[in-house]
Write a protein that binds this ligand. Structure first.
Ligand code: UD1
Ligand code: UDP
Length: 381
């Protein structure tokens, strides 16, 4: 193929933007071969703008779909409706989506309706549990079924795709673009105002929690344990950049307001977050992306979920799945603070997500697909 390959990326939330940005920036470097078209659904707003600003990327289109406390149905239908004219007008050679959000699934089905080939970045992650995480597990399974090209971060994610008989000639193991992003952000001379209020002798625990299945009681009971620990131990501080979802904001403020050594702050931009993670003692999170970044930073993570689609980090030793049962969270918290050997084992695990060159590999794969006309035929074996 001699003409430039028109690659439309469609994304809409913070984590998708962080992990698509390295691909867009790489396309700009290789502008003789690639023509990037950037479409934001705007499923997120402020938290998405932060990422676009940091990476200095301008979108070509923004669907502006975000509403306060939006439903899954409204995001899905609005995105599908609004993408019609954009895909028709821009006529991309391939559409790329990332991960497992409602934007991902809605954009994937739009690509299918317009018969445009679809590439899935971060393909093949599975818990095989329909409602955990909800709705992400089915978003990623449905997106993989609709995809033509798969960028699997690890061997295990490739195996998951093969279990569904997807075409192995179009599965590329690339590592995760989260590591590409991390290479550009962490700086040992980092400073943030919140750190001025924290003694060097204190251990920082970085907390994030936002998953839909954790909203309500699971979130509240987990926060109660963390509050107890802070009140019990005078040398720990919790930094919690609170997701903007009202379902999260309300519980976080309800439980933590007035507790001195819990710092509830606005969502951090990605440079701040990566550096805050690098400065922390350990991390507590239900985030997917944070589970991928922590092994690279050498930070133990207590995963506040019952399942994970990132078992590579558990096998490597960095992640411990603790869920939201109060006794289990408390026990895991105490062990990680009190048992130095356990801490050391978790903190020295190997990063399983590649060498930070995933975006280069993804673009090489797309070029291979078009140069060698690999898109003919079915996406099942
Ligand atoms: C979404 C994804 C989830 C992903 C998460 C990353 C779905 C169903 N969920 O969940 O997989 O892990 O993003 O953060 O796709 N809000 C703002 N400003 C923002 C962003 C959100 O005010 O910049 C508020 C809005 O009230 C919005 C609410 O947060 O309605 C929830 O946002 P939504 O995208 O529906 O769900 P998330 O929990 O962010
Ligand atoms: N992150 C961020 N600021 C924050 C919290 C997280 O930039 O205040 C980054 C984090 O480094 C990771 C991504 O956002 O790259 C994870 O996003 P999130 O937890 O919202 O979604 P998930 O990965 O669970 O889908």
């Amino acid at each position: 193929m001699n003409k430039r390959i028109k690659v439309m990326t469609i994304f809409g939330t913070r984590p998708e933007a962080i992990k698509m940005a390295p691909i867009i920036l790489e396309m700009k470097k290789r502008s003789d071969k690639f023509e990037p078209i950037t479409v934001l659904t705007g499923q997120h707003k402020e938290m998405l703008d932060q990422v676009m600003d940091i990476f200095n990327i301008q979108e070509d289109y923004n669907l502006h779909v975000m509403k306060a406390q939006q439903t899954l149905s409204s995001i899905t239908t609005t995105v599908i409706n609004k993408l019609d004219s954009i895909i028709e007008g821009a006529k991309p050679d391939i559409i790329l989506v990332h991960g497992d959000t409602t934007t991902t699934f809605a954009a994937a089905i739009s690509a299918f309706y317009h018969q445009v080939p679809l590439g899935h970045v971060e393909a093949g992650l599975r818990t095989w549990n329909k409602y955990s995480p909800y709705p992400e597990e089915m978003n990623r399974q449905m997106t993989d079924i609709l995809s033509d090209v798969y960028f699997a971060p690890t061997e295990l994610s490739k195996e998951n795709l093969l279990k569904q008989n997807l075409n192995q000639d179009r599965i590329y193991i690339t590592g995760n673009t989260a590591i590409d992003a991390l290479k550009q952000t962490v700086d040992k001379d980092y400073h943030h105002d919140v750190l001025d209020d924290i003694s060097d002798q204190h251990k920082i625990i970085l907390l994030t929690m936002h998953r839909r299945e954790n909203q309500g009681e699971p979130m509240r009971r987990t926060f109660e344990v963390i509050k107890d620990e802070v009140l019990k131990r005078d040398d720990i501080e919790v930094v919690y950049p609170v997701h903007l979802s009202p379902a999260v904001q309300n519980v976080a403020h309800d439980v933590f307001d007035g507790i001195d050594r819990v710092h509830l702050i606005e969502p951090l931009d990605v440079v701040d977050f990566h550096n805050m993670a690098a400065r922390s003692y350990f991390i507590m999170t239900d985030s997917g992306g944070v589970q991928e970044e922590a092994p690279s930073l050498g930070k133990p993570v207590l995963v506040l979920r019952d399942t994970t689609e990132r078992p590579e980090g558990v096998d490597a030793g960095t992640l411990k799945l603790v869920g939201t049962n109060q006794d289990t969270v408390r026990k895991a918290f105490d062990e990680l603070i009190d048992d130095d050997q356990l801490y050391k084992n978790m903190a020295t695990a190997q990063n399983p997500y590649g060498d930070g060159k995933a975006s280069i590999q993804i673009l090489d794969a797309i070029k291979d697909i078009f140069d060698n006309n690999k898109l003919s035929g079915d996406n099942n074996e």
